[in-house]
Design a protein around this ligand. Structure first.
Ligand SMILES: [Zn+2]
Length: 512
């Protein structure tokens, strides 16, 4: 059965049937692949007295202990922890598979060997994009790459891409999910794709030249970079009338940013552009897209691939799985992965909308969907301004607040110490690009009111910059991810950029 047919079948199923099929798949996957070939999970299941048959329904998932980021991260004592999660096939077990016997009879030993290779030999990897921690590599076999192509083609389909489209992929050339998913969206989705490598490779100018010459229908990349690119294009009076959709990954996307991107696209002569977000992360080896929806209406959420993985939403404190519609932490379990495999992986990502199973109000598909705004649980801790009124500031909220603020473009929050003295008070400096012609005194007042009324936060200074200056501050084109929060406090041991997401694309890990 082809992947798109499979998808079509899954997208017509009600919740109960989806969950039942997922439980059956998981049981089969555990029995035939994970438990025999994963040293890590074979041991974990034995220790907990579990077997594949312990999973009768998805409610039984809670019996399997979580895997966390910390489990994957190497330590000085165990520098190659990621290896524990790579499947190592046992030839004797494989030889007894019914499919092996049939294949051997029909096609001979060489064919059997080739099939094992393609199923189990790692041939590709991406890595998390951690800023504080060492990147963790995640391995793919040929079979995983086929799945990546399948989900990438689904991204094109759900975003309403067409074969005659042209796509400009501005994700940085890097071993990150975001770039490769966009690449496969082109090859598997049958869309003519130009990958620019982002700002780091061609500079804003080079990308701008491609925008003018290649005239893409689809523009895909990291939100901050796409914003800079379109802003620069509009400033230079460039035209890009073909542009129909902007697909974003690697960072979360606020309504305010969507609106600003639509307006900028309008200045380039592109009307009614869909601005669509995707969510994914290194450990899932896939990403999930939004479908087009009218501006002003709520998004239909991220359309999942239920045949290839299970998303759970759990209570971040107790770990208890939550019913559809409940906010919580996102947990992922693959259903057919090879190479690196993690079960019940706690992403550290938080959704305020939860899961939905009813048909999507925009496209009508009844695929499970992940709703709401996403944020990273760890970011709440990232900006702890204890010496300013003892307020704990949530960077996610601050980010939404500033992205949604009218009359400002790109921005950056800088933390300093007064006089650079480690013992001094914290200072918060807000760097912003004021959009043309707005009264700065008025804008300053509005921003201060906004920060205070929503977050009880008083910026010490608000500094206005040109678009070019903000680009330099954020390191556009120099660093992989634009820096929206910089910590210049001399005393802090670790740079508290918002921790590193392994989210990629379409959340680039990583997401970041
Ligand atoms: Zn939809």
């Amino acid at each position: 059965m082809s992947s798109s047919l499979l998808q079509r079948r899954w997208q017509q199923l009600p919740e109960r049937a989806v969950r039942q099929l997922q439980a059956e798949r998981l049981r089969h996957y555990l029995r035939t692949v994970v438990l025999p070939f994963s040293g890590r999970y074979g041991k974990l299941f034995r220790e907990h007295g579990l077997s594949a048959d312990s999973i009768r329904t998805l409610d039984d998932l809670r019996k399997i202990p979580f895997t966390t980021k910390a489990d994957l991260q190497s330590t000085p004592e165990e520098p190659q922890r990621f290896r524990d999660f790579i499947l190592v096939p046992d030839q004797k077990v494989l030889a007894h598979r019914p499919s092996t016997i049939v294949n051997a009879l029909l096609h001979g030993r060489a064919a059997v060997k080739q099939a094992f290779e393609s199923e189990f030999r790692p041939i590709f990897l991406t890595a998390t994009t951690g800023r504080s921690a060492e990147p963790t590599p995640f391995f793919y076999t040929r079979r995983d790459l086929d799945h990546l192509a399948t989900v990438a083609a689904r991204v094109v389909e759900i975003c309403n891409g067409r074969r005659e489209d042209k796509m400009l992929n501005t994700f940085p050339f890097a071993p990150h999910l975001a770039f490769w998913l966009a690449h496969y969206a082109g090859t598997a989705g049958g869309v003519l794709t130009l990958s620019s490598g982002g700002g780091k490779v061609m500079g804003t100018e080079g990308n701008l030249r491609q925008l003018r010459k290649f005239k893409p229908d689809t523009l895909i990349g990291i939100p901050t970079f796409i914003y800079h690119l379109l802003h620069q294009a509009a400033e230079e009076g460039a035209r890009c009338e073909n542009l129909q959709r902007i697909v974003l990954g690697g960072e979360k996307v606020s309504d305010g940013l969507r609106q600003k991107l639509r307006e900028l696209a309008g200045e380039l002569g592109a009307r009614n552009v869909d601005v669509l977000a995707t969510y994914g992360f290194t450990e899932a080896k896939m990403a999930w897209p939004e479908c087009p929806f009218p501006p002003g209406e709520p998004s239909g959420g991220y359309h999942l691939s239920p045949d290839l993985g299970i998303l759970e939403v759990v209570d971040p404190k107790t770990g208890a799985p939550l019913p559809p519609g409940h906010a919580g932490e996102i947990v992922f379990t693959p259903l057919d992965a090879r190479g690196s495999v993690v079960l019940r992986y706690r992403t550290g990502d938080y959704t305020d909308g939860g899961l939905a199973y009813e048909p999507c109000p925009h496209c009508g598909r009844s695929l499970p969907r992940l709703l709401g705004n996403l944020s990273r649980l760890s970011e709440v801790k990232a900006l702890h301004l204890d010496k300013i009124k003892g307020t704990l500031v949530d960077f996610n909220e601050l980010e939404h607040l500033l992205d949604d603020a009218p009359h400002i473009g790109a921005w950056q929050v800088e933390l300093r110490k007064v006089n650079d003295d480690p013992l001094e008070l914290d200072e918060l400096i807000l760097h912003v690009h004021a959009l043309n012609g707005d009264d700065r005194t008025q804008l300053s007042r509005e921003l201060r009111e906004r920060c205070f009324s929503h977050l009880d936060l008083h910026p010490n200074r608000i500094v206005f910059h040109t678009a070019q200056e903000i680009r330099q501050l954020q390191g556009v084109g120099q660093v992989l991810k634009e820096q929206k929060l910089v910590d210049h406090r001399p005393s802090t041991l670790a740079n508290s950029n918002p921790p590193a997401s392994s989210r990629t694309l379409v959340t680039a890990s990583q997401a970041g």
